[in-house]
Design a protein around this ligand. Structure first.
Ligand code: UDP
Ligand code: UDP
Ligand code: UDP
Length: 473
């Protein structure tokens, strides 16, 4: 279990490396950084977490406060950013607007980093902040590492993105139905985020700039493990994808940090082993109202007990709609003994760790995938945006889950097609009764445990190797 006590320095002889962590915007970026902060701290590092103010979501500011009260020996470095409203921007996503604001405020970060004491041994920055942080770290002669919060496969696509545009744009969206990246199995065009076909969009140009800076980093840390994505990790490390990349170090699944128990868990406690389907689309993805109703219908038809985290808007502080208004009272009446619907934050890692959970309908945000892997919970993949389709493919290949490819509602990916309750119910029933899948998922869980917990585990060795490098530097 995670330790919240400061490490006993006798266990780690020699100098303690001082690592600054710089997370990107959104819970999907913050969570892995908080986890990494706790992991490094419990292994003899001094840790400074850079916290951008203000945050986009309430969830981020709440988690940051709770984290620092639980880990008082981790330093907090507040970075107040300037508001950012560039005219004619193609950037409309609040989380990406935040990334842009961070870039524009980077000059304010320099004095903060310079005054860190003891001097920093390294900065670990989010992939989506590397264009900002890596040049600054270089200027200050601080080694920098990039932390990828996505799959090795999507990280490969991001790294290779500049070449897909520059060399031969026909590679991208040409007659071929696949995108070819050296060393990787072809990526079906249908898994590529639609904005990637347009390099003038902020989302895409920003990704390209981040990718171009990667060769300057000392290493790329991945929240994945060797046995989950063996071929991709090998291709990244043997120079097949790009010869210019630094070492790629899989150190996942990241360990959860200390947290408190949610109320809904007493209901889960009363359910039988492997019976409950858990439903969540992450921290920043809202379903359309029609799709919410069909999903409700599907869960009801499946006959399985369910725990459903319902979001109806992208940023949590705008999520004001009542469950009754979204689903109707008769639905709630009919399902009141069979399901729980939560609006607001749940402790997902704790839910997935519960023996009653037998399946997970997931958007395949990468943190969710790693959490499912860590607990060996079968996934019914329903990817929607960004990296999620590529991640869903990884889930399927690793035999952690199944993916119904024509389920949509992601913009630009089959439009706003609404998946009907009947079909959802059928697939949920299928997943929940699939013995073979359940066993495979358990095997994945066992592999994840070995990688992250055994002294000789691949992720443990990679992480200790990085810390040792910093200690000796
Ligand atoms: N999460 C959670 N409770 C919630 C919603 C999300 O604990 O109510 C966590 C989830 O466990 C994961 C992260 O928030 O660690 C979301 O990241 P992910 O990559 O899965 O998806 P994103 O939110 O970035 O789309
Ligand atoms: N996006 C989102 N949730 C995510 C990832 C992305 O809402 O977890 C949004 C975000 O605005 C991002 C855009 O989707 O800039 C890119 O996703 P997509 O590939 O679906 O393209 P779209 O057609 O929606 O622009
Ligand atoms: N990403 C990036 N630069 C970008 C866009 C995305 O580095 O301009 C990375 C980011 O680190 C994230 C992944 O691509 O882990 C998927 O991005 P997406 O927008 O789908 O999801 P998010 O995690 O932001 O919700």
């Amino acid at each position: 279990s995670p330790t919240t006590m400061p490490p006993n320095t006798h266990d780690f002889p020699g100098k303690s490396p001082h690592v600054a962590l710089f997370p990107g915007a959104g819970m999907g970026h913050l969570t892995p950084f908080l986890r990494l902060a706790a992991m490094l701290s419990s292994r003899g590092c001094l840790v400074t977490l850079i916290t951008v103010k203000p945050t986009v979501s309430v969830a981020e500011s709440t988690h940051i406060s709770t984290f620092f009260s639980t880990y008082p020996h981790i330093n907090r470095l507040d970075f107040e950013i300037l508001p950012c409203n560039p005219p004619n921007s193609t950037n409309t996503d609040p989380f990406f607007i935040q990334f842009e604001a961070i870039s524009r405020s980077v000059h304010l970060l320099k004095p903060l980093l310079l005054s860190s004491s003891p001097p920093l041994s390294a900065i670990f920055s989010d992939f989506a902040g590397s264009v900002t942080v890596t040049p600054l770290a270089e200027h200050l002669s601080i080694p920098s590492y990039v932390v990828s919060t996505t799959s090795a496969r999507f990280a490969s696509l991001l790294s290779y993105l500049p070449f897909l545009f520059s060399e031969n744009s026909a590679k991208f969206g040409g007659s071929d139905n696949d995108v070819q990246i050296p060393g990787l199995s072809p990526l079906p065009l249908s898994t590529i985020p639609p904005p990637f076909f347009n390099p003038t969009l902020f989302f895409t140009s920003f990704a390209i700039s981040n990718a171009q800076i990667l060769p300057k980093a000392k290493g790329i840390l991945l929240n994945t493990f060797d046995r989950f994505e063996p071929d991709t990790i090998a291709a990244l490390n043997n120079g097949s994808v790009l010869s210019s990349l630094p070492p790629v170090l899989p150190i996942g699944p990241f360990e959860p940090y200390e947290f408190k128990k949610g109320d809904y868990l007493s209901w889960v406690d009363d359910q039988s082993v492997g019976s409950v389907v858990y439903v969540s689309f992450g921290s920043r993805t809202a379903m359309s109202k029609d799709q919410i109703r069909e999903l409700g219908d599907g869960l009801e038809r499946s006959g399985c007990p369910f725990l459903w985290v319902l979001k109806s808007s992208k940023v949590d502080k705008e999520d004001n709609e009542e469950i009754e208004d979204l689903l109707g009272n008769s639905f709630l009446e009919r399902t009141k003994n069979r399901g729980i619907i939560v609006k607001g934050w749940v402790n997902q890692e704790q839910i997935l760790a519960h023996p009653a959970i037998g399946g997970f309908i997931s958007h395949c945000g990468w943190n969710s995938v790693m959490e499912a892997a860590r607990h060996g919970v079968p996934v019914l993949a329903w990817p929607l945006h960004g990296d999620q389709r590529v991640n869903a493919e990884v889930v399927e290949n690793a035999e952690l889950g199944v993916w119904v490819r024509d389920w949509g509602w992601g913009q630009g990916w089959g439009g706003e097609k609404v998946v009907k309750g009947e079909e959802i119910g059928e697939k949920v029933r299928e997943m929940m009764s699939d013995e073979k899948l359940r066993n495979k998922a358990m095997e994945v869980g066992e592999e994840a445990r070995k990688a992250g917990q055994d002294a000789n585990g691949s992720s443990v060795k990679a992480l200790m190797g990085i810390i040792e490098t910093l200690r000796l530097a």
